[in-house]
Design a protein around this ligand. Sequence first.
Ligand SMILES: Cc1ncc(COP(=O)(O)O)c(C=O)c1O
Length: 454
Amino acid sequence: MPTNMSIDSDASDLGRGANHGADDASQLDTTSPSTDFAGDSTSGQLDGLSASGGANQSSKRERFDDTGFSTQSVHAGEQRQKAEGSISAPIFTASTFTFDSTDSLMRFVEGEEQRDEYGRYGTPNERTCEAKLAALEGAEEAIIYSSGMAAIVGLLMSRLNSGDEIVFFDQCYHRSREFCAKHLSRFGVVTRQVPTGDFDAMEAAINPRTKMLVSESPTNPHLTAVDLEKFVALGKATEVETLIDATLATPYNIRPIDYGVDFVLHSATKYLGGHNDLLAGVLCGRTEALEPVRSLRGILGSVNSAHNMYLLERGLKTFELRMQRHNENGQRIAEFLNRHPRVERVYYPGLPSHPSHEIAASQMVGFGGLITFLVKDADWKETSRIVDAAKIPRIAPSLGGVESLIEQPLVMSYYHCTPEERESFGIYDNMIRMSCGIENTDDLIADLKQALDA
Ligand SMILES: Cc1ncc(COP(=O)(O)O)c(C=O)c1O
């Protein structure tokens, strides 16, 4: 009898086993109809396949580390042979997972067997996406959340204690700032904002209570690329963990873990999902550092439905192709806007005029599809006329999907701020943010031209 047999009948009490046992997604064999999840290369084989077995028929999740980006995004993290021979991911809607016998349950609670147990601690479809995203990011492990914000909240709640401090660069998604400033503070965590890219200011803000340095790269909506070498060097020198929200870059354009960043976060709602049809978040990093984070996720319950994960996995298959078009559209449209007489300023890291262009060019493969620009001599109403005149992009928040989106930050996200607050966040009345989708570049340029010329 194990010593920890104070198990009550609620499956939630068993979550420790699942969480602790799940530290290597590549070891999990969760989509096989077999009940053996031990993860060796034969245990996941489907009945009747052994004759044609061998490496190709193994159900183990491979990372495809030495292949190209698309080969990896199509195949990594998946089992070679899925249930019923299905080439696409079977959708497992189960909220709970059965045990053959008390013996099998005992092996699980003793940590001898790795498998799924209860949906709040992880599901087969989540694990496939996690393994695929970890491979794409070059990370040991990835944890999927129900949204990008859930991932930020999950990480910070897990890593910080009352009395701790974090320092973050001030250009960032407004809800991340709001969580730190308004909510972490209620739990006794102090957040210090410093100007984006000012490493002297960041260093000066660090003290013995500082536990995390936080930045986006590029930032939303000003598209400032942060020098990751300096960021990591500062974290290491001061023994403070580092977090990069790389939502706008994606692992196609930059892989912060290669620079030594501790945690990388994405709103998978954006480019990773890529079709404006799902919400999800992902956190990547070292297995050991993520273990308590995964454990807290199992309590917070910020998990995903199997259908949502199916959409994410499907979206990831075309990730590289979509990113190539997003990058191309972003660059060409930014250049077009930069030349247009009605445009005062364009924020796009692929333009030599952007203050962080040099850093971006040295770190990034491409610069993504998000562009922010200011309309010359326009008040908020004139600016909104341009937004309304555009026929292809739809007026909506978010970014990174196949459909182009356009919005005026003043009205969309910062309407309830005071003018002073907007000024301090660098949000102007004549500002437009456009997320270039994958439509044909010439069509988008022609459309923006008619909207600006109207
Ligand atoms: C840079 C960045 N990080 C995080 C988030 C939050 O992601 P989600 O909307 O998936 O919660 C967003 C959302 O726009 C974002 O732009």
